[in-house]
Design a protein around this ligand. Structure first.
Ligand code: KG4
Ligand code: ZN
Length: 336
């Protein structure tokens, strides 16, 4: 079976081809130009997706030695994400499906991340616990099979990636903030400032208080911003990163202790974070659980995970008309 996957929910256009269970292409075109605006500009994002999607599909086919007529299944992210951006990939995929007379599967972006560990050679084993940490979501999920999962907790305010991006902006670094904080934190002392970890119920997370704590710390200690030295910035970045990693690890640890799991997984854009990966490696040793963290190319937004999730839905017997979803606004929660 030859599967075409398309992802266009935010600032990455990605096209993947899975040919007889082998990933033959996973092309990702990142819209770096948003950096100068300090965040993703939705309208510019939609236009950039439009410009690149056809060349990217052609390149993916060429790389896989296939032609469009060889494709058996077309999968596309249908939400959540920026509406205009989603519409580009979704309507393109539906158009292809209609013209080729091949089935179409709409995929929830978060579910794409949740199963992204399966893109690795060493795959997660059900039931597994996965922490989805991206720019828009922070969700702890117990994954029982390809058709059953339970959301244990989520953020009550900002997502972890959003907190990285906002604090990065406060410190004057570029967008996206996660990689910038990580880079600057390497030169800082993570024990310099004791930033708070929010107390939340159950397995929920909260990062808005931490973000405010960073702002208050700067306002209180450096009322005249020019006094902030480069070393101060490094120390703030390192101490903030430590608090985020602690918050994420604490709840994951609690879930490992309370649920019977075979594997542990860390997915989404923030899963690229070195300190977080180290913390999860420590957890996996401590509790003797198999750990699956996707390679960097599968942590950020990519179509390989969309093609994979689409295939599992199709294999489990799910079929979708081209009128589904009627508009790309349904949220992760609507699937449950
Ligand atoms: O999953 P993703 O690519 O897009 C969404 O679905 O949101 O995640 C993007 C997020 C951004 O907030 C970015 O700052 C964060 O992932 N990120 C990181 C790192 N690399 C990307 N956060 C912390 N450390 C990193 N190394
Ligand atoms: Zn994502």
């Amino acid at each position: 079976m030859k599967i075409l996957g398309i992802e266009s929910s935010c600032d990455e256009t990605s096209v993947a081809i899975n040919s007889d269970d082998k990933l033959t292409a996973n092309l990702i075109s990142s819209q770096d130009f948003h950096a100068k605006y300090g965040g993703v500009v939705p309208e510019l994002s939609s236009r950039a997706h439009l410009q690149i999607i056809i060349p990217l599909v052609k390149d993916a086919l060429k790389k896989s030695n296939l032609e469009l007529k060889d494709i058996d299944l077309i999968c596309s992210t249908a939400g959540p994400g920026l509406i205009g951006a989603l519409l580009v990939g979704l309507t393109f995929a539906k158009g292809l499906s209609y013209s080729l007379n091949k089935p179409f599967v709409p995929v929830d972006h978060i579910e794409g991340h949740i199963y992204s560990g399966f893109l690795m050679e060493d795959k997660p084993e059900f039931p597994y616990l996965t922490l989805v940490v991206s720019g828009g979501h922070t969700i702890l999920v117990l994954v029982k099979s390809f058709t059953e999962m339970k959301v244990l907790g989520t953020t009550v305010d900002d997502a972890a990636g959003e907190a990285f991006d906002k604090v990065s902006k406060m410190l004057g670094f570029l967008y996206p903030g996660g990689p910038q904080i990580q880079k600057n934190a390497e030169l800082g002392d993570e024990n310099k400032i004791d930033f708070p970890v929010a107390e939340t119920k159950g397995y929920d997370f909260s990062f808005s208080g931490l973000k405010t704590a960073v702002l208050r710390y700067i306002q209180k200690n450096y009322p005249n911003e020019t006094k902030l030295t480069q070393q101060n910035l490094y120390d703030i970045a390192a101490s903030f990163q430590k608090a985020v990693v602690k918050a994420l690890t604490q709840k994951t640890k609690k879930a490992i202790e309370n649920y019977n799991i075979n594997s542990l997984s860390l997915v989404g854009g923030v899963a690229a974070n070195k300190k977080l990966r180290e913390a999860f490696t420590d957890l996996s040793y401590k509790y003797q659980k198999k750990l699956v963290i996707p390679d960097l190319q599968y942590c950020g937004d990519n179509a390989a995970m969309i093609a994979f999730r689409g295939k599992t839905l199709y294999d489990s017997g799910k079929r979708f008309g081209l009128d589904y979803p009627p508009y790309p606004s349904f949220r992760f929660e609507d699937f449950k």
